[in-house]
Design a binder for this molecule. Structure first.
Ligand code: GLP
Length: 263
């Protein structure tokens, strides 16, 4: 695992966007798994900047999503579908036929829908780069604690702490109880993982995920098993890590370690 501690959050955003940009230049048909949440918003802004300033071309790139709230139509401003359009798709030259987001209103039965999403990822050739945030309880996508490391796309019952964290986003309305999420096993099959965490409220979860034991109690600890995982942190999110001296060395040699992006 390559752990990069940037001096500021903005630098973290730019580092992630530049790694993604290099990967797209290397492979114009890159398949990216997108994460929602506050953490990657600045990365999407930096990608939009790269599109505007360097004509980074998204026309061949395919997009998948990690998760979605069940019961929310894509037209709801609270849906992750709306989030991705607001922060990314509206501002770049993505081909609508290449946007494959999980829906909160699946057609037919849920089990078949989840299978069909897995099949779609597989049939399109798999995810090359999966962007990830982390929940304060160590969740990955909506794989809550005690999810199997081999879990696949399925329905997830949101934990009380996750719903509480999400409540400001939902203002007066109730946070959904249920979500659909790709599994930890699905995430593990992506060719590269790019996890981001900023701020001190993420420090404990990051220390457990990056340096703690592999355990289903911290779903994000599953990334330790991935052969090509990059974790970008600001100093606050890195605050509880014990092996910083190794990570700082890695950060300063990033261009050497990943000369052509992630995957
Ligand atoms: C949310 C999402 C995750 C996200 C994580 C962190 O609940 N399901 O995909 O990565 O929790 O969110 P944030 O970046 O807002 O802290």
């Amino acid at each position: 695992m390559l752990v990069v501690i940037t001096e500021t959050i903005e630098q973290g955003h730019r580092t992630a966007a530049s790694l993604l940009g290099q990967s797209i230049k290397k492979n114009p048909t890159l398949r990216i798994g997108l994460a929602a949440g506050n953490t990657p918003i600045g990365v999407y802004q930096s990608l939009v900047d790269l599109h505007r300033s360097t004509h980074l071309d998204f026309s061949g790139v395919e997009f998948f999503s990690l998760d979605e709230f069940l019961g929310l139509p894509s037209t709801s401003s609270k849906s992750y579908d709306a989030f991705f359009h607001q922060h990314l798709f509206r501002h770049i030259n993505a081909d609508p036929a290449h946007i494959h987001l999980l829906t909160g209103e699946p057609p037919g039965d849920m089990v078949s829908y989840c299978h069909s999403y897995e099949r779609l990822i597989h049939d399109r050739g798999g995810i090359d780069v999966q962007l990830l945030g982390i929940g304060i309880n160590g969740h990955l996508a909506f794989n809550e604690p005690m999810s199997s490391f081999r879990s696949r796309t399925r329905v997830s019952l949101l934990s009380a702490e996750t719903r509480e964290t999400l409540s400001p986003t939902f203002n007066e309305t109730a946070v959904p109880e249920w979500a659909v999420t790709i599994g930890l096993g699905t995430i593990a099959e992506a060719r590269a993982l790019l996890m981001l965490a900023f701020g001190k409220e993420k420090a404990k979860a990051i220390a457990k995920a990056v340096e703690g034991p592999l355990t289903a109690a911290i779903p994000a600890s599953s990334i330790q098993l991935h052969p090509n995982a990059v974790v970008i942190l600001d100093p606050e999110a890195a605050g509880d890590l014990k092996f910083k001296k190794y990570y700082q060395q890695q950060s300063s040699h990033l261009a050497m370690l990943l000369p052509r992006g992630l995957a």
